[in-house]
Design a binder for this molecule. Structure first.
Ligand SMILES: [Zn+2]
Length: 132
C-alpha cells in the first residue's frame, strides 16, 4: 500500500456530517472566508494545482473523539474533483464515485490496489459511524 498520498479521503464522525460553515454561517460571512481562502491559495487547488474559476473551500478538521471536540485546523481551496475525493461518500451518492476513484489514482499516481486500502478504511469507518 502506498503511504505518501497527496490526496486522501476524509473520515468524518457522524456528529460532523453536514455540520460545516457553508451551511451554518450567514452566506455573506462564508463568502468572505472562502474568497480569502481562494486568494491565499492563488486560485489553485491546494492539492493538485488545478486552476478553475470555481474552487471549493474545504474545511480541515481535527477530531478528538474521546472528548468529542472538533477543532478547525484550516480551510483550503480545492478543485471539485479533489473535493469529491475528500467526501467520496457524497460523490458515490450522486453517481460520481468512479470519477472520484480515477482522480484519486491520477493525483496520487497509484493504481486500484493503492486506492482499495483507503477506501476499505473509509467504508469500515462509515459502517462503524452509522451503527452508533
Ligand atoms: Zn484538485
Amino acid at each position: 500500500m502506498k503511504n505518501n498520498l497527496r490526496l486522501t479521503i476524509d473520515l468524518l464522525p457522524k456528529g460532523a456530517w453536514g455540520n460545516n460553515f457553508s451551511r451554518t454561517l450567514p452566506k455573506k460571512d462564508w463568502d468572505k472566508i472562502r474568497n480569502h481562502c481562494y486568494v491565499k491559495f492563488d486560485n489553485q487547488c491546494a492539492i493538485c494545482g488545478y486552476s478553475e474559476s470555481k474552487l471549493d473551500a474545504h474545511e480541515v478538521w481535527d477530531f478528538d473523539l474521546k472528548n468529542r471536540v472538533q477543532t478547525l485546523m484550516g480551510i483550503t481551496a480545492l478543485c471539485s474533483a479533489c473535493h469529491g475525493v475528500k467526501h467520496i461518500r457524497n460523490s458515490e451518492r450522486i453517481g460520481y464515485g468512479e470519477n472520484a476513484k480515477r482522480h484519486f489514482m491520477r493525483v496520487n499516481r497509484c493504481n486500484e490496489m493503492d486506492f482499495a486500502g483507503p477506501m476499505r478504511k473509509h467504508n469500515s469507518y462509515l459502517m462503524k459511524e452509522t451503527k452508533s
